[in-house]
Design a protein around this ligand. Sequence first.
Ligand code: SF4
Ligand code: SF4
Length: 462
Amino acid sequence: MPPGPEPAGAGSAARAAFERPYVVSWNLTYRCNLACEHCYLDAGPAAVDSPAFADRSELSTEGCFRVVDEIAAFAPECVTILTGGEPLLRRDIVEIVRYGAGKGLWIVVGTNGVKITQNLARILRDEGVRGLALSLDALDPERHDAFRRVRGAWANTVEGARILTRVGLPFIVQTTVGAHNRGELGAIAEFAHDELGAKVWNLYFLVPSGRGAFVSDLDRGEYDGVLAELAAIQRRWSSRMLVNAKCAPHFVRTLLTAGDEAPFPKTFAGGAGGCPAGTHYMGIRPNGDVTPCPYLPLFAGNLRQHGLRELWDSSELFQKIRRRDHLGGRCGECELSSMCGGCRARAYGMTGDVMAEDPLCSHVPGTLRDAVERLRPAAVAYGESASRTLAWEPAAEERMQRIPAFVRGMVTRAVESWCEKNDVTVVTAEVLEGIRARMPTPKVFGAYATPSGEAPDDSSKA
Ligand code: SF4
Ligand code: SF4
């Protein structure tokens, strides 16, 4: 049994920890104005062979409203990511945003950025969108356009980012790593921050799903090399931009071996750090099919026939994927299981078994046991409300409203604990700013938090 918190799914504490999702990624449509060669959803107009993507139907506007009602009733504090395909192609996107924001949801839009205009950005902002996620895959427009298979895509996305900055809508920049950009990752991070004004840069690793199944991925050695490079980029941008790996939960292994400068690794309540599929995260397909992760073409059921809560609580698939103590191969023996768990979508895509070991991880279980014992990462409990023990000024309260609701309890506890240790009795905006400035990364209290919080591996389409 790996040391550290209780493995996910092992008992009632774990069940309580997985009471509801903190991130819902909702693919609203298969339509797309690009034709990216790695699209995990096989979106766009091309013929689709895979049975998992054969039903291209979409929920109606009323159907979407019903889903919003379900999310608001079941997981009101979660981050709801509206994505696609290209979600901005839905004519009712503003209605859906308005309805969701009206129900109090924290709405983020994942888009390729091509369709963003000043007018649309203002509308989205005014209707309650909290942030966007844009995809940028290369510094060279031609290489980006070749990967996205539409000429002019790079210029439109970059212009979209500039519009968002002008309008005051925060955004993440996300990059999918591959042969097209392997040599310029550091430069893309710099461009995202210095030229575009991104507060977050996420590097995505391909998962074999949809058209991504036919695009050559990195082999294990290259994967390790990219993760090591990413750890260095993360350190370089510490306190200025949040840099993270997505669809690569064993990044924690890289950080643990990188020495003292690495950000402190964490796990989540229930021992389900790393891959959040089915423990803190769920996906909804355009037709209402529900999955533990948008990259995983396995479905618990459809929202036209079942309730969201019912599928989350009782479906065989969600119950199964939470059982880290049932993982196969090296993931099953691994001392990092509670912080990693391997990418379940990659395991499924490459082996057909969702509980198999992550084939692209090169870790030899047991070799980091001492490091894990030494660190004993604390379990983070998202979503709990925290009672206040100190006085909070209105400006500080207002600032807390800018971070996703599901992390507010955790942040409140951290702030009050810091204040108590430092004899501060009233929490002001200046106190929050002082704490933020000391953080290794600007995760919270900045002009905004990460639009998607920290948990999602799919903050939007890749
Ligand atoms: S063996 Fe599995 S759980 Fe361990 S680090 Fe690799 S992917 Fe993660
Ligand atoms: S959330 Fe999905 S893409 Fe991310 S690591 Fe888990 S299975 Fe893989």
